[in-house]
Every structure is written in C-alpha cells, then in structure tokens.
Design a protein around this ligand. Structure first.
Ligand code: SAM
Ligand code: GLN
Length: 286
C-alpha cells in the first residue's frame, strides 16, 4: 500500500500539487511547476525526472510555496527564478528589465547575417535592457566593438552583471537617453528592440507584461514614438553603408518601412518571426 504521508514531501508530490495549484493561473502549469521546483531544489530537469522520490526540506518547501503563490498572482516565471535563457546565454533578469523574448533572436540572426565572422566592426545596441542583444552579438562576434545604451541605470546594472557572468565584459554599457551616450561615435550596424506597444493596448492588462517596466514596453499612442526617434537619429551615427535593424510589433512593418524611407534608408526589408509575423525591419544608409 502506498504510504501517502511518506510521499508528502517528495519531489513527485510537490510537482503534482504545484501543477494543480497553477492550473488556473498559467497556460503551462506543469512546465512552470517544474521550473520553479528545479529552481528551489537546485536541480536539473534530468535530476527532477530521475529522482521523483527525493525529499524537499522545510526551507525548500516554504520557498516553493511562496513562489507558487506569486506565480498564481501572475508574476512571470523568469522574474521568480531571476533568469531567462536567450541565445544560449543564461541571463539575469529583474523587475527593472524586460524579459527577453524568443522572437528577438530574429533581430540577432539578421544582425549576424550582416556581420562577417572575425570582423572588427562597431555595433550599437540601443535600449539594451538586461543586455540580451548586445551580449548575444558579443558571443558570436568576439572581435567586434560593441556599445549598448539604456536610460535605466538599474537595467544597466543587470546588463553589467550579465556581461561579467557570461565572460563578455568587453561590451561597453552606457547610461543615457537613446544616442546621447554615443556623442559623435559611429557604428557599422545599429540594433534596437525599443518599446513599441501602444499606450492603450489591451494586452498590457494581461499576463506577464503587467509586471514588466512600462518604459520598456510603451511608446505613445501608436507605439511608434521610440521607433520614430531611433530611426531619425540612428543615421547620424552610422557609417556609409551601415545598417539599422529594428524590432517592432507585428502590425508596424509598413509604418517602419515608410519611416525608414522618409529618413533616407535604402534596401528596406521586413522579416517574419517564427510565428509568421512581421517582427524585424532593416534599412541601410547610402
Ligand atoms: N534590448 C532588450 C531586449 O531585447 O530584451 C530590452 C528591450 S526593451 C523592449 C526596451 C529598452 O529600452 C528598455 O530596457 C528601456 O529601459 C529602454 N528605453 C526606454 N526608453 C529609453 C530611452 N529614452 N533611452 C534609452 N533607452 C530607453
Ligand atoms: N514584444 C513585447 C510585447 O508585446 C513588447 C516588446 C517591446 O515593446 N519592444 O509584450
């Protein structure tokens, strides 16, 4: 006969009850429960699955309970565990940073397609948050000179930590509004995932975004305020033939192309993300 008292504090039991507890709050209750359990127990998924009979101590159970409660209130799993994977980098995130999205990897891919391996080009990442894009580029193109800016000093502190833990401390991180920290410096390629959500967008009231910094998400009534600024001023910091690459919302592709063309960018092109949605636009200065 199964001794239910004996099972109470096992990983298997914790996983079952955490999954049930998250059923209404999350669209991926089992996955969330696994991730939080791995986090509090300090174990990998392989260990979690291989040793369901292992027991959690009282501090681990208390910690799991608190995290499950926070998740039930909607807090993103990435904030609860304090990390998120992006481009094979393990990045620290906090309430001061946006949680890097998988679709932003498209921006990295399109940037890399324009930077030959072993090149020593200068790259700017504008609005770097936790450093995701700049650090992914630094990992793939170690000889490039990379400067990343953000107006949020607390986000930059996280980016600095991520640069250190990933051995990419040569990435320069500078605080200030958009291009202000770059004075009269020039890049061969500028990437940015700026805020692009409309201030009245209904999706701001649901899910993970409720917990993310507004200044990382919202960009005026049409969501294009930041993109307008970056498009206009980026060309003043681009070498001839240099590229601007921007992430934007699925319905902003046309507006971004028009903005780029108005500001004299050529070869404008829009790329679709894994969900088949317009997500990244590129333009080049003559
Ligand atoms: N690059 C990160 C990523 O892709 O995960 C974060 C992108 S988040 C959508 C936009 C970033 O732009 C935030 O980190 C925010 O602090 C920054 N930002 C917002 N307004 C800014 C401004 N006026 N000047 C510089 N950075 C700004
Ligand atoms: N993709 C994010 C969202 O829709 C927005 C990120 C951004 O504004 N750059 O929640």
């Amino acid at each position: 006969m199964v001794d239910s008292l004996g099972q109470q504090h096992t990983i298997a039991h914790a996983l079952r009850s955490a999954t049930v507890a998250l059923m209404r709050a999350s669209t991926s209750p089992r996955l969330d429960a696994e991730v939080l359990l791995m986090h509090v127990a300090g174990i990998s998924r392989a260990e979690l699955l291989a040793h369901p009979e292992r027991r959690l101590g009282p501090p681990q159970r208390r910690r799991l309970k608190t995290l499950i409660e926070r998740r039930r209130r909607g807090e993103p799993v990435a904030y609860l565990r304090g990390t998120r994977e992006f481009w094979s980098l393990e990045l620290t995130v906090s309430h001061d940073t946006l949680i890097p999205r998988p679709e932003t990897e498209l921006l990295v891919e399109q940037a890399l397609a324009r930077i030959p391996e072993d090149s020593e080009l200068t790259l700017f990442d504008i609005g770097t948050g936790c450093g995701a894009i700049a650090l992914a580029l630094a990992k793939e193109r170690p000889r490039c000179r990379i400067i990343a800016t953000d107006c949020s000093p607390s986000a930059l502190r996280i980016a600095r930590q991520n640069a250190l833990t990933n051995g990419l401390e040569h990435v320069q991180l500078r605080a200030g509004e958009w291009f202000a920290p770059l004075a009269a410096e020039y890049a061969h390629l500028i990437v940015s995932n700026p805020p692009y959500v409309r201030c009245d967008d209904a999706h701001l009231r649901f899910g993970d975004v409720r917990f993310e910094p507004e200044c990382a998400l919202i960009a005026g009534p049409d969501g294009l305020d930041a993109i307008r600024h970056v498009t206009r001023y980026a060309r003043q910091h681009l070498h001839r033939g240099g590229w601007l690459l921007l992430e934007h919302a699925y319905d902003q592709g046309l507006a971004v192309a028009q903005l780029m063309q108005r500001h004299g960018y050529r070869e404008t092109k829009c790329y679709r993300d894994g969900a088949g949605l317009d997500r990244v636009s590129a333009g080049r200065v003559a």
